[in-house]
Design a protein around this ligand. Structure first.
Ligand code: ATP
Ligand code: MG
Ligand code: MG
Ligand code: MG
Length: 471
């Protein structure tokens, strides 16, 4: 039965409230946690509860939230059928109250009774030797051949290198053999789209230590996450996240701006999907006080923003356009996340000025590239030059490759990767420090800025960035 994203969100939160969980708001995309750059899961705001540094009101057995998440580990997959850089995670959390038995029963009840998913399309995975959870799924009526064991990569969950973590059990929806790789060996955990992972139930029992060991937590806990967009795809009978209500509306914004129709050309469709996705992450990141910069989360924002602009450029949009998504986002998501309504003008202004700056980069970068190509001997662009385009002009390497292809030139990808790896090592060292410095200051700067700007007009990026560096 068709359900809107809004209906699924509300049904989930109501369901877990009815079980005794306290409904709590999404936390900021800027985690109150120096070990993380961005909020990538619902459990992030509850780390102190898992560690019993904070206690939940004893009138409740746990909490339930819809959490805004940004993940950049998936960046190369954004635009595929199921990976987004920004997504909403529906979660419920127990800090020593309910555990596996209740959680599995409720996940099964919510999936089959509240959402009405057919049992024969559901598949369950457990961590390696977790026989207990296999027995629980069986006792709920799951057939044995719908349960399988997976290793650490899939079924041991951690938010980062340290902190609360544990083995998990996941639920997959079978979208049918025609969706995906077609191999007779295809099963949950396969990289293709046939079995869509939609719900992760983590049995949070450990506290990952700096030295890599696992210390047991005081209590046995639950941390679960269900991707709203993935569930919306299932409930709306589509196999691609971008064909669901909210994301399809955003794809529509791109169609109108670029004057192209979605579904006619795979390369153009990919641009439209990436623009739709990135417009959301960028909007929500700025709403939470992140500004474009060359470090830490500000750099993540800048990368996403530029990538979206570049995709628009490929569709012939050479004037600023990305800020035009904000009004549609306010319409689609403002009632759940009022911060995007409150900060609407600031968000539009920051996106616009970054688009204007990058517009100049785009022209200079193209000039740099055509000069390099003119001087080039042979048919291979050195990796260092692709890296300069990436690093100085903000050109994603796939764009450089496409532009080179037009002139019959290939990019030395190994050389490029070597430069990238060196940069990643530098960034890794810098990020932690930057995150530490940033989480205590960005929020404050943002609040001050907003006060100062109030309802008045946007003062421009230059002033913002100079204020941001003063304190
Ligand atoms: P995948 O294997 O598909 O990359 P994951 O195992 O990394 O997903 P989890 O960390 O288990 O995902 O997150 C819990 C749930 O959040 C997933 O089951 C999925 O429904 C949703 N989710 C995770 N990553 C994304 C994403 N990039 N875009 C949309 N939804 C996501
Ligand atoms: Mg993933
Ligand atoms: Mg997975
Ligand atoms: Mg998972």
């Amino acid at each position: 039965e068709y359900m809107t994203s809004a209906e699924i969100r509300e049904k989930y939160l109501k369901f877990f409230e009815s079980k005794g969980c306290k409904r709590m708001p999404s936390s900021s995309l800027i985690p109150d946690d120096p070990s993380l750059l961005l909020t990538s899961a619902g459990m992030v705001q509850f780390k102190p509860y898992f560690l019993h540094q904070k206690e939940l009101d004893p009138a409740y057995i746990g909490t339930t939230t819809v959490q805004k998440c940004v993940r950049t580990n998936d960046i190369d997959n954004i635009g595929d059928a199921r990976h987004l850089s920004f997504f909403e995670m529906l979660g419920n959390f127990s800090f020593g109250c309910y555990f596996k038995q209740e959680m599995c029963a409720w996940a099964f009840e919510f999936s089959t009774e509240v959402l009405g998913l057919p049992k024969d399309k559901l598949y369950f995975t457990v961590f390696e030797d977790d026989d207990e959870t296999i027995e629980i799924w069986k006792s709920l009526g799951v057939a044995e051949d719908h349960i399988s064991r997976l290793g650490e990569d899939d079924n041991f969950w951690r938010a980062g290198p340290t902190g609360p973590c544990g083995p998990c059990s996941e639920i997959y929806f079978d979208q049918g053999p025609e969706v995906g790789c077609g191999s007779p060996d295809c099963k949950p955990g396969c990289d293709c789209d046939r079995f869509l992972e939609y719900w992760n139930c983590v049995f949070t029992q450990y506290d990952g230590q700096e030295d890599g060991t696992l210390a047991p937590l005081k209590t046995k806990n639950i941390d679960t996450g269900m991707g709203l967009e993935r569930m919306a795809a299932i409930m709306q009978g589509v196999t691609n996240n971008y064909d669901t209500d909210v994301l399809r509306s955003l794809v529509g914004v791109g169609e109108r701006l670029a004057g192209v129709e979605y579904g006619k050309d795979e390369a153009a469709d990919l641009c439209l999907r990436i623009m739709a996705d990135h417009s959301r992450s960028v909007t929500f990141m700025i709403a939470d006080g992140i500004l474009p910069s060359n470090e830490g989360r500000g750099y993540v924002l800048r990368r996403l923003l530029r990538r979206a602009v570049m995709k628009g450029h490929m569709l012939g949009l050479d004037k600023p356009f990305l800020n035009e998504y904000v009004d549609e986002l306010v319409k689609l998501m403002g009632s759940v996340y009022p911060e995007i309504i409150d900060n609407r003008e600031l968000i539009r202004g920051i996106i616009l000025s970054e688009e204007e700056r990058f517009g100049a980069n785009l022209r200079q970068g193209r000039a740099f590239l055509s000069e390099s190509l003119d001087k080039l001997e042979g048919t291979t662009l050195p990796g260092e030059q692709a890296f300069t385009l990436h690093d100085t002009y903000g050109f994603p390497v796939d764009i450089t490759r496409e532009l080179c292809e037009e002139r019959g030139v290939v990019v030395d990808m190994e050389g490029f990767e070597r430069c990238m790896e060196a940069q990643r090592n530098r960034a890794r060292a810098a990020n932690v420090k930057d995150a530490e410095a940033a989480w205590s200051t960005y929020g404050g700067i943002h609040a001050e800025l907003l006060k100062e700007l109030g309802a008045t007009k946007f003062v421009g990026y230059q002033e913002l960035s100079s204020q941001a560096t003063v304190s």
